[in-house]
Design a protein. Sequence first.
Length: 398
Amino acid sequence: MYSKVAITGMGIISSIGKTVEENFTSLTEGKKGISTIENLETIHKDVIKVGEIKLTNTELAQLLGLSSDNNYSRTALLGAYAAKQAVQSAGINAINEYRTGLISSTSVGGMDMTERYFYDYFKNEAVQKYITAHDAGDSSHKIAEYLGLEGFVSTVSTACSSAANAIMMGARMIQAGKLDRVVVGGTDALAKFTINGFKTLMILSDTYNTPFDNHRKGLNLGEAAAFLVLESDAVVKEQNKKVLAYVSGFGNANDAYHQTASSENGDGAFLAMEKALQLAKLDISDIDYINAHGTATPNNDLSEGRALIRIFGEKVPEFSSTKAFTGHTLAAAAAIEAVYSVLALQNNVVFPNLNFQTPMEEFDLMPQTTLKHKEIRHVLSNSFGFGGNCSTVIFSKN
């Protein structure tokens, strides 16, 4: 029988802060991290805005105490930094004391290194180590290695729902008695590959993204990493752990509608939310805040909005997309938004949906546009990805 899984630690680095505290301050003070590109050479540099972390790879490596000849991709650097924070936040001093796993997610992987060194691969043996860091699993193993974790390691890559599925998988492994605790989350760095790809799809905005606005022009890509520590009831009790929140429900579905677009009626989103509510044994009236996927693309916001109405009817809870702060961080999106969901629970706040001006003409839905203080017991977080990958996680106070 399913029971809730405790969250005992979390760590994050994004364009609005390199700690949990810095991210919370930015969210409550309306400080967005959307800017022009500085750390990446691209022909689109002056055309688009992104949620870029203003630290170079060298600076990140120094923060991690890595040698200058390391072959960590930017994805791995960001991931190791956030995962270490999460483990420290959970008060874990002996990472292998219990059956501990890592489930990390990414879509970019080591693409930033591949782009830089691909053409020199056969000419310069010294750069070959960077190409071997290309695959998605390499970043997960680098993070595990950095943490000193010797147990189960897995990688999830289901586009923009990846980290939500990592959280689900970790919770299920604890419930099945396979692991005692799991570090779960996601990490993705900006790369020319993703910038060019989204540019080709014509869904990048040349200005600040405006989720759920009738005149939305598209998304801002971002980079980030975030991880949560999930622990079993037995470990929490044995170590008298402070619990930050609980994973109380989750669901995933695939509407099989299109390679990149969501179903116009939000079929996958509807099914994911429905499953999560059923698993959590919650009524629609129990949800106090929705951290929406809200990418500010024409298709996503219409699809998600319709799905919300199908689930909640005329009583859609207060909702907002925090992507106006961070940009869309792809596989890391559900992880950073999990941290934001826990912060909402801890501080009883609904974060604002920045840049919103005009309601969408297709339905009467208004996101929360200012910081609001209220009692929050349950937060529903949506993450929807290419290929119809739709996932929902519900976080609860107790």
